[in-house]
Design a protein around this ligand. Structure first.
Ligand code: SF4
Length: 303
């Protein structure tokens, strides 16, 4: 169903790589928070909750095009969970009614939206079919979260993750390597490892910081107020995070570092593959250090 295009898709639609084959159902436009300093995804997009009629129109088209083929649905845009629980339940029940082979519904979730929902509400959403949330935690460090204006502190980030897991949902956490720059790297790494140990997400993705045009962080960089890590520094930061992960043997957290922003692709199941992952990271550090002429300021950082 990917590739549907009509007037409810008139501004950019973002989705995780793993939702490439999903029916992207837009229930909001933009992001209600829209304040994170590193993000330019919805800059200039006026936030809006789509009407029942707009949502139904998309469902009706997907139904008429490929009723039996819709197995996965991704609720867009940046924070669909900002919708009241009643409306989300209605949407989830409608999806179940229209698509007989529906297996999974997922969504991005901003931390403030999850905190505004009780555990009971999250359980209701899980029972209605919302199985997976993608949560851009970015860091477990309160100072870093404050600097990037994520809207929550480290403790709240952990509370968000634990609540989602307690509701029985799968949780894919995204963290950003380099988000605290050179001065905050170790603090960010240690607090992030602590948060992951507390939350025990089902999936963990490590993205690399990119300084996107139009983002406030890029302006800070250009004013000399933010010092990014070199590529090998990102891997050194990841090494500190992985070294400090202390997950029970019974956990099977899928780790991926395969976003378009990453210099090196890594994959592991943790804690089982921890030593192998650390060896891969060491090799990555050696490789990236050997790229002596690599100029981070004229490569991806500024694109
Ligand atoms: S919550 Fe997500 S989409 Fe919204 S501004 Fe922050 S990073 Fe961007």
């Amino acid at each position: 169903m990917a590739g549907l295009f009509f007037d409810d898709y008139d501004t950019p639609v973002f989705r995780p790589p793993s939702e490439a084959d999903s029916f992207i159902l837009r229930v909001t436009r933009g992001c209600a928070h829209n304040s994170c300093t590193y993000c330019n995804m919805y800059r200039g997009v006026k936030f809006e909750k789509l009407s029942d009629e707009q949502i139904m129109r998309q469902i009706a088209i997907a139904y008429s095009v490929d009723r039996d083929g819709v197995r996965r649905v991704f609720l867009a845009d940046g924070d669909a969970l900002v919708l009241p629980t009643e409306r989300l339940l209605k949407i989830l029940n409608t999806l179940k009614k229209y698509f007989p082979n529906l297996e999974r519904v997922s969504s991005y979730a901003a931390p403030g939206d999850i905190l505004r929902k009780s555990l009971d509400e999250l359980k209701q959403l899980r029972e209605a079919g919302l199985q997976l949330l993608y949560y851009g935690m970015e860091s477990g460090d309160s100072q870093t979260l404050k600097d990037i204006r994520k809207g929550v502190n480290g403790e709240q980030s952990i509370e968000v993750g634990k609540r989602v897991r307690a509701a029985g949902m799968d949780l894919s956490i995204m963290i950003i390597l380099g988000i605290a720059g050179v001065p905050g790297s170790e603090r960010h790494a240690l607090a992030t490892a602590h948060a992951i140990n507390e939350i025990k997400p089902t999936h963990l993705s490590a993205l690399s910081l990119m300084l996107y045009r139009g983002s406030e962080l890029k302006d800070q960089f250009e004013r000399g107020e933010f010092t990014p890590l070199p590529p090998y520094g990102l891997m050194e930061e990841l090494k500190v995070i992985v070294e400090h992960l202390d997950l029970p043997e019974t956990e099977h957290m899928i780790f991926r570092s395969n976003h378009v922003s990453n210099y090196i692709r890594l994959a592991a199941t943790l804690p089982r593959d921890k030593e192998k992952l650390l060896a891969d990271i060491d090799e990555s550090i050696r490789y990236l250090k050997s790229k002596k002429n690599y100029d981070v300021y004229n490569h991806d950082w500024t694109k």
